[in-house]
Design a protein around this ligand. Structure first.
Ligand code: ADP
Length: 461
């Protein structure tokens, strides 16, 4: 079998529309920089959200004692205990447990959800042996990594703006989630308090910087995406009058909301229109794990409808939104067998279609096109942040070693995505500058980061 002229035409068109030539990447990086600036000044919603996190200092390494982290970000919550030994001993030990959240609790009341979490914490603490002793009256302190949108006004408080990711718990929106958790812990007679509320990018930055002082930016590339970095208070006009002894604050860029100059196709526009948040989070919808598989499915469905890819009838499964996940794209992308066996069986299992070798090759081209665009644009976004920091500091970023710590299931598991991201950063920066920029995978840094921030914001300091 051979590729039909029409299939070739559709593929060529897709590749053209998704192309990320250097001038386009440079435009995205430049616009990212300028929208960061706009967001730091604006209170009227222009530019990126650039959310102040009220984290003024990163952990120094001198933190000592036992601290906890609670990570609530999706269908599981994780509890972590970290024993910190200060400058020389650093992290002495860690212990963590994961608890899955029963589905009915995701649509329960706020008290029910937080009671369940507090009970999980209580069980975790109850299992500790005598080794972990706290003086009478001293509460165990927790860093609460909470990956839902909150409006923070201090390091240890934040009002829930809305639930996302399938949570529809009643009575939490508009309330301080730290108060909700502290109250539940009191109901459990648990002697713990939240001393830092952080989002997962901030946790990742703190966790990675603890081991490597050159870490300047943290990025999450998982189901969704976000990035944060350390900003000078003097460069945050919208925080005028705010005092910080360090003169700095970590800013959560919320770069998923970026949309300027992205190379989008009709498939992106249709996916966006059908989403629960049309018109929003366009950068996130182009580069993050929740969406790459769905974009590819929409392209393949179009090729099936317009040009009989996979035969003359269009499979019902292929017409079903989100039937192809980004992990499926990734699995197909790793197939190096001569007859593309894995691609064939995955297409059969997931999309309900039989395919010949030519069709499988076309499918791989589609995957590669979508993943290349995503990884390259993520790289351009990173360069945009670095560029902005360099402009303000004159040499602090490209003149010395600068590390970007990245975590998240997409970056961790998708080698081609990683490569496209790194290639884009290199292409944009050129050899000299990019030699100073190190992109590192910081696995589960946000857990330790949360505990470290609890320590550096301890009430007992
Ligand atoms: P979250 O972002 O939901 O907190 P993760 O960082 O673990 O959690 O990211 C999970 C996401 O990573 C999934 O939604 C998926 O898009 C992506 N992912 C997971 N495994 C793979 C894989 N093998 N290949 C590509 N992407 C993956």
């Amino acid at each position: 079998s051979k590729v039909s002229i029409e299939q070739k035409r559709l593929l060529t068109k897709l590749k053209q529309e998704c192309a990320t030539p250097l001038p386009l990447l440079q435009h995205v990086a430049d616009t990212m920089s300028s929208e960061m600036r706009a967001g730091l000044s604006s209170v009227d919603g222009s530019g990126l959200p650039m959310i102040p996190t009220y984290v003024h200092t990163l952990p120094t390494g001198n933190e000592k004692g036992l601290f906890y982290a609670l990570d609530l970000g999706g269908t599981n919550f994780r509890v972590l205990r970290v024993e910190l030994g200060g400058k020389d001993d650093r992290v002495i030990s860690t212990h963590f447990e994961q608890v899955s959240i029963p589905h009915d609790l995701m649509i329960a009341t706020s008290e029910e959800l937080f009671d369940f979490i507090a009970l999980g914490l209580a069980k975790f603490v109850a299992k500790e042996d005598g080794k972990f002793h706290f003086p009478p009256g001293r509460k165990r302190e927790i860093g609460f990594t909470f990956s839902f949108p909150v409006k923070q006004t201090s390091i240890d408080s934040g009002i829930l703006i809305k639930w996302t990711k399938g949570f529809a718990v009643s009575g939490t929106v508009g309330r301080d989630v730290v108060v909700c958790l502290n109250e539940a812990m009191e109901r459990q007679r648990l002697d713990m308090r939240v001393s830092a509320l952080v989002n997962d990018t901030v946790g990742t930055l703190a966790g990675a910087e603890y081991y490597d002082n050159d870490v300047k930016v943290a990025v999450i590339l998982g189901t969704g995406t976000n990035a944060c970095y350390v900003e000078q208070i003097s460069s945050i006009p919208k925080l005028q009058g705010h005092v910080s002894s360090s003169g700095k604050m970590i800013i959560s860029t919320e770069w998923g909301a970026f949309s300027n100059g992205l190379p989008l196709t009709v498939f992106d526009r249709e996916m966006d229109a059908a989403s629960i948040n049309p018109g929003q989070q366009i950068f996130e919808k182009t580069i993050s794990g929740m969406y790459l598989g769905e974009i590819a499915r929409r392209v393949l469905l179009n090729m099936a409808q317009e040009d009989d890819l996979f035969g003359s009838s269009v499979s019902q499964k292929l017409s079903t939104p989100f039937i192809l996940g980004t992990p499926d794209l990734c699995a197909m992308h790793q197939d190096d067998s001569g007859d593309l066996q894995i691609v064939g069986s995955l297409l059969y299992d997931k999309a309900g279609v039989e395919s010949n070798l030519t069709e499988r090759k076309a499918v791989l081209e589609v995957c590669d096109t979508i993943v290349k665009r995503g990884g390259s644009l993520a790289g351009a976004g990173i360069v945009g942040i670095l560029q902005k920091m360099e402009e303000d500091s004159k040499g602090d970023i490209f003149g010395k070693r600068s590390v970007v710590a990245i975590d998240g299931g997409l970056y961790e598991n998708y080698p081609q995505y990683r490569t496209y991201l790194q290639d884009s950063v290199k292409e944009l920066l050129g050899t000299e500058k990019s030699n100073n920029v190190v992109i590192e995978h910081s696995k589960d840094g946000s857990g330790i980061g949360g505990a470290l921030l609890a320590a550096s914001n301890s009430m007992y300091k």
